[in-house]
Design a protein around this ligand. Structure first.
Ligand code: ATP
Ligand code: MG
Length: 556
């Protein structure tokens, strides 16, 4: 697999191994099973698995399942599938919920050391007491409860004696710390909820800031890689590892999140798009989820190459979606068979071609990859071309078909438009053309030139197919990924959802494509790369998702 190029995390790991600070590398990918994985997670996966691989280390897949209200087995299953699909194998499959007993014991240890206390303040009061970035917080009136009282209350929290929100366990650190995260963070809350893994065994759950460092330490993670929004939590991370007397002391290292233009990535927002039916599920081909990208036709190779190219840094940046598209074009260029498909058919009758005659024309499957061989395409008196490829009154420099003009049919002959047939509403429904048998493709004809080359399919043998054409789901180019931003703005990201993100058309494909299978990928001449949709295609009719058009203005 692709090697991780040099980056600051790699340098840290290398030094740790050289100086003997570490004798091995263990990383983890720690998703919360509260949604499907997206392309941003791919970055974390590639970094965690890739770096460990480079140093012969190990990587666990660990579900950070500490919030039963939002988590679900469906998400666990999809995440496993997506990590495998991306091409990675985890060493161990772990669940944070497997460690609930140990976490509880560590919390008891903190209480015994006078480093944690049960607080009766309401969530609102806790917020008020916390202070601000410029003002220190103040102590809760319950901060100085005795160890015995705290032990008793914490046990009773566990035993279900208190309602949600009535009591919390807080770390006793420093209410005047300049780092708000250290102002006695809540480390356990009461939540009477059924957990996807532990059922009703627990009604108190650890908070992220307490649970995550313990999970890492328990698993012997050496380098705990996360995104920069956790930078301010690092002192808490280290405090928990130290005060809970964990044997293994992982090191948290932060890197910049991946953001993409015209893309929302937070699971909360993606979930909203699904629940409010802007899209047809988490795997809708317009979604930036790995399952959506897979269904759209993206390959794991293209996604990995893309992630590698975005690099690893501390910085915040927005990557142009065109860069992702560049990598799928690159990946499919030599792999995908070329073919012709008509998305919006216009019938053409070639009046001087013998009725009933069919000839088979030879065409390369992929001119850039001759090893893929040849295919055969039937040609007869009636064909379909694209409606777009004809204009009755064309502007200057229109080189496609118009009355009196001659064009080349790819792999076939020159045809000339002689007559336009319209229906009673004046719509063009058919063209009458003539062909010149001398101009057959591959015969070396040089008598005259034409400027336009059109694609086409034989009307008598072409297979009906559905094409799904996509535009970005979100119209705002730099939709800010920062969770807090849109609540302050009047518009939400939903105001930027593109009403025209999906267009469905019914067209035709070459008859040699009768046996296409889900996920087969093709380059349709002059249109772009398409993927056979695994959910919507039926025995009788393939549905093609536009992966990406052919043209790109993107330069690496
Ligand atoms: P979201 O904000 O999308 O819900 P999250 O960070 O809450 O994502 P987790 O399930 O906690 O989602 O993520 C698992 C790992 O993936 C974390 O280590 C997280 O930092 C990382 N990750 C999530 N989004 C991105 C991103 N856009 N770029 C890089 N890494 C990411
Ligand atoms: Mg989250």
């Amino acid at each position: 697999m692709e090697q991780n190029s040099s980056n600051f995390i790699r340098t840290i790991i290398q030094e740790d191994l050289e100086t003997g600070k570490r004798d091995k590398v263990v990383t983890r990918f720690p998703p919360e099973p509260n949604g499907y994985l997206h392309i941003g997670h791919a970055k974390s996966i590639v970094i965690n698995f890739g770096l460990a691989d480079d140093f012969n280390g190990k990587t666990n897949l660990r579900f950070d399942d500490t919030n039963p209200l939002k988590e679900d087995q469906e998400y666990v299953d999809s995440i496993k599938e997506d990590v495998k699909w991306l091409g990675y194998e985890w060493d161990e499959l772990r669940f944070a919920s497997d460690y609930f007993e140990e976490m509880y014991n560590r919390a008891v240890l903190l209480i015994n050391k006078g480093k944690a206390y049960v607080d009766d303040l309401t969530p609102d009061e806790i917020r008020q007491y916390r202070g601000t970035l410029t003002e220190p917080g103040k102590d809760s009136p319950y901060r100085n409860r005795s160890i015995e009282e705290n032990l008793d209350l914490f046990e009773r929290m566990r035993n279900g004696e208190f309602e949600n929100g009535k009591k919390v366990l807080r770390a006793k650190i420093d209410m005047s710390s300049p780092n708000v995260n250290l102002r006695d963070p809540v480390i356990y809350r009461v939540s009477h909820a059924t957990h996807h893994n532990t059922g009703d065994k627990w009604c108190i759950y650890p908070m992220y800031g307490f649970a995550h460092p313990l999970e890492d330490a328990i698993e012997g993670v050496t380098h705990s890689l996360c995104t920069t929004e956790f930078e301010d939590q690092r002192p808490l991370y280290n405090w928990v590892v130290a005060e809970c007397e964990m044997e293994n002391k992982p090191q948290q290292i932060e890197f910049g999140r991946l953001n993409l233009t015209n893309t929302v990535m937070s699971k909360r927002k993606l979930k909203q798009l699904v629940e409010e039916e802007f899209v047809d599920g988490w795997d809708d081909p317009r979604m930036p989820t790995l399952s959506g990208l897979r269904r759209r036709g993206y390959t794991p190779e293209a996604i990995r190459e893309f992630i590698q190219a975005t690099g690893v840094s501390k910085g915040f940046g927005i990557v142009d979606s065109a860069m992702l598209e560049h990598f799928i074009r690159e990946d499919l260029k030599l792999k995908a068979p070329r073919t012709m498909g008509i998305l919006r058919p216009l019938k053409v009758v070639i009046t001087n071609y013998p009725e009933g005659q069919v000839e088979m024309l030879d065409a390369e499957i992929n001119p850039e990859n001759p090893d893929m061989g040849m295919r055969q395409i039937p040609f007869s008196r009636e064909i379909y071309i694209e409606q777009d490829d004809f204009m009755e009154n064309p502007p200057k420099k229109y080189f496609r078909l118009f009355p009196g003009n001659e064009v080349r049919l790819k792999h076939a002959y020159f045809i000339k438009c002689e007559e336009v047939i319209k229906d009673e509403n004046g719509e063009v429904i058919e063209l009458r053309c003539t062909y010149d048998p001398e101009t057959k493709s591959g015969t070396g004809f040089t008598g005259r030139k034409v400027k336009g080359t059109l694609h086409w399919v034989d009307a008598t043998q072409a297979i009906p197919a559905e094409f799904r054409l996509y535009e970005p789901l979100i119209l705002d180019a730099d939709t800010n990924e920062n969770e807090d931003v849109d609540s302050m703005e009047e518009k939400t990201f939903l105001d930027y959802v593109n009403d025209n993100s999906l267009q469905i058309v019914q067209g035709f494909i070459e008859p040699n494509m009768k046996d296409v299978k889900p996920h087969d990928k093709f380059q349709f001449f002059r249109h772009g790369y398409f993927n056979v949709d695994p959910k919507l295609s039926t025995e009788g009719k393939a549905v093609f998702n536009l992966i990406v058009s052919l043209k790109s203005s993107f330069k690496l």
